[in-house]
Ligand binder design. Structure first.
Ligand SMILES: Cc1ncc(COP(=O)(O)O)c(C=O)c1O
Length: 482
C-alpha cells in the first residue's frame, strides 16, 4: 500500500498517520472504507503492531476513523451537519454598508502572530516559493532591463498566450487580445463592474457573497440584491428568474465556479441555464473565477463564458489563490465590454507589474504551475477534512459545516444565539482571526455564521486554535441561556 522511512527521524506511528491521511486526502480511501487490520498493516510496513495501533488510536481521537467492535477500523463516514439555507425572503435591492466593519476586521486579522483562520490564502498550504524564485531569477537574467519597464497596458503577450492555451483546455476559445491583465482579481472585478453598470444600479449577488464584491458595490454607490444560494448547487435559478422579472438588474456578480464562502461548485448544466436566462434578459454576468483552478471534488466546470452567445459574460480571475497574492496579477476576459474595460484600466493603473507577469509566463510554460496545482489540491482537501473533523469534535453539536468542493474555506452555521461579530472580537483578543458571517451579506444576514480558512499547513497549533475558538462559542451559549 505504502512505506515508512525508518531513518527519517520522525516517529513511526506519526508516519503511519500521515500515510493514511494522504490516502484520505487523495481519495484512495473514502468515508466508510475499512482500514487494513493491525497485523496486516504492520507486516506491510514492517513496523510493529503497537506502532500501527498507536496510529489508529490517534486517528480515532482526531475523529478521522472509527473502531467498530469485531469488525476493525473504518474511515469516518459520519456526515457533518449540513448547512441549512436561510433563504432570502425579502429579496429587494439594498444599499451596502459593510466597509467600516470590513476595515476593522482587516486591520485586526493582518496583525502578526494571529492564527490566520480569517484570511483565505490557499497557496500558503503549499507555497511554491522555491520554484517561483528560481523562475524569477531566470527571467531577470534573461530579460534584464526589460523586466523593469512598463508592461503593455493590456498585459504581457506571453502571459496572455499562456492564459489563452489554458482556457482552451477548459473548452473556452479566447484570443490573447481579448485578455486584459490586471492588478489581481479585485481590479478585474472593479473594471468589469464599471464597464457594465453605473452608480445607483442594482447588482445581483449570491447570498452569502464574497465581501470584496459587496465592498466594491458599496464604493461605486450601487445597490446589492441578494439571491438565495443553495450550499450545494449554487445560486437559485428560480430566485434569479424572479429577480430579473421584478427588478431592473444591471448586472450579476457571482463566484459561481467555486463560491466563496460556501465552497459549492455549480454544475455545467446549472451554469448553462444561468447564462441562457441572463442573456435572455440581456443582463451581463461577471463571473469571479478566482477559485476555479482549486476545485478538488471533481473536474473543473466550464467557465460561464463558455455558454455565452451574446458576449455578455465577463470572467475575472488571478494567481492570488493559486500562486502568489503578493504578485497582484489577475486578468479579465471582458467579452463585448473589452474596449471600455481596457480604457478604464489605462486611466486607473496604466499596466501591471511586468517582472511578475514574465515570471508567471515561464511558470506556466514550464509546466511548474500544473505540477504545483497537482500537489496543492490534495493538501487543501486533506486540510478541509482535518478542520471539519476538529470542528465536529470541539464545536456545539448543532453546528452546520459546509462541504466545499475546493478552495480553502469552511462556512459554519453556529447555534442561533451565537453573535459572530462578538465572537470575532473575543477570538482576536486570543490572537485568533475569523471572519464573521455578517460581512458576507448586504442585508446583515448570517449573524450566527463564520468563515474559517484552512489554507495553511495543518498543525497542532491550528487544532489548538479551533479548540479555543469552540470554547468561546460554548461560553457565549452558557452566558446567554434560553
Ligand atoms: C472570491 C474572491 N474574489 C476575488 C478576490 C480578490 O483576489 P485578488 O487578491 O487577486 O485581488 C478574492 C480574495 O480574497 C476572493 O476570495
Amino acid at each position: 500500500m505504502f512505506s515508512v522511512h525508518k531513518q527519517s527521524g520522525e516517529f513511526l506511528y506519526q508516519q503511519v498517520i500521515d500515510l493514511i491521511c494522504q490516502q484520505i486526502g487523495s481519495g484512495a480511501l473514502s468515508p466508510g472504507d475499512k482500514l487494513p487490520s493491525l497485523r496486516h498493516l504492520s507486516s506491510e510496513l514492517t513496523v510493529s503492531i503497537p506502532t500501527v495501533r498507536q496510529a489508529y488510536l490517534e486517528l480515532e481521537r482526531q475523529g478521522q476513523i472509527v473502531a467498530r467492535e469485531k469488525s476493525g477500523y473504518f474511515i469516518q463516514d459520519k456526515q457533518n451537519n449540513p448547512l441549512v439555507s436561510i433563504g432570502c425572503r425579502t429579496c429587494r435591492p439594498v444599499e451596502v454598508r459593510c466597509r467600516n466593519l470590513i476595515e476593522r476586521i482587516y486591520d485586526a486579522i493582518h496583525s502578526p502572530g494571529v492564527l490566520p483562520f480569517g484570511i483565505a490564502n490557499p497557496c500558503m498550504a503549499l507555497p511554491a516559493t522555491k520554484t517561483l524564485n528560481r523562475t524569477m531569477k531566470r527571467v531577470m537574467a534573461r530579460a534584464e532591463e526589460r523586466t523593469l519597464g512598463y508592461a503593455h497596458t493590456i498585459g504581457d503577450l506571453g502571459l496572455r498566450r499562456q492564459l489563452s492555451y489554458r482556457y482552451l483546455n477548459h473548452g473556452l476559445s479566447v484570443n490573447p487580445d481579448e485578455i486584459l491583465i490586471t492588478n489581481g482579481a479585485q481590479e478585474a472585478l472593479a473594471l468589469a463592474l464599471k464597464s457594465v453598470a453605473s452608480e445607483g444600479d442594482v447588482i445581483a449577488v449570491e447570498s452569502p457573497a464574497y465581501h470584496g464584491l459587496l465592498e466594491l458595490i458599496e464604493s461605486l454607490g450601487m445597490l446589492a440584491l441578494e439571491l438565495e444560494t443553495c450550499p450545494v448547487s449554487g445560486v437559485s435559478l428560480e430566485a434569479l428568474d424572479k429577480a430579473l422579472r421584478r427588478h431592473q438588474v444591471a448586472a450579476c456578480m457571482f463566484s459561481s465556479s467555486l463560491s466563496n464562502p460556501l465552497g459549492c461548485v455549480s454544475s455545467n448544466q446549472h451554469r448553462q441555464a444561468m447564462v441562457e436566462l441572463l442573456e435572455s434578459y440581456s443582463v451581463p454576468l461577471i463571473e469571479d473565477d478566482v477559485y476555479g483552478d482549486l476545485i478538488y471534488a471533481g473536474p473543473r466546470p466550464h467557465p460561464a463564458q463558455y455558454y455565452s452567445r451574446k458576449g455578455l459574460v465577463l470572467t475575472c480571475s488571478s494567481f492570488s489563490k493559486t500562486v502568489a497574492p503578493g504578485y497582484r496579477i489577475g486578468w479579465l476576459l471582458a467579452g463585448s465590454a473589452f474596449r471600455t474595460a481596457h480604457k478604464l484600466k489605462r486611466s486607473i493603473s496604466c499596466s501591471s507589474g511586468l517582472l511578475q507577469q514574465m515570471t508567471l509566463t515561464d511558470f506556466l510554460a514550464s509546466g511548474d504551475y500544473d505540477r504545483h496545482l497537482k500537489r496543492l489540491l490534495p493538501v487543501l482537501k486533506y486540510n478541509a477534512q482535518r478542520m471539519s473533523a476538529a470542528i465536529s469534535r470541539y464545536f456545539p453539536k448543532q453546528t452546520g459545516i459546509s462541504q466545499p468542493g475546493g478552495g480553502s474555506v469552511l462556512w459554519l452555521q453556529l447555534p442561533r444565539k451565537v453573535d459572530s461579530v462578538l465572537l470575532f472580537q473575543q477570538a482576536i483578543e486570543q490572537d485568533i482571526s475569523i471572519l464573521p458571517g455578517t460581512v458576507f451579506s448586504a442585508g446583515r444576514r448570517y449573524k450566527n455564521h463564520i468563515r474559517l480558512s484552512y489554507g495553511h499547513p495543518w498543525s497542532d497549533n491550528i487544532d489548538a486554535g479551533l479548540s479555543k475558538l469552540a470554547e468561546l462559542v460554548h461560553r457565549q451559549l452558557t452566558d446567554n441561556p434560553d
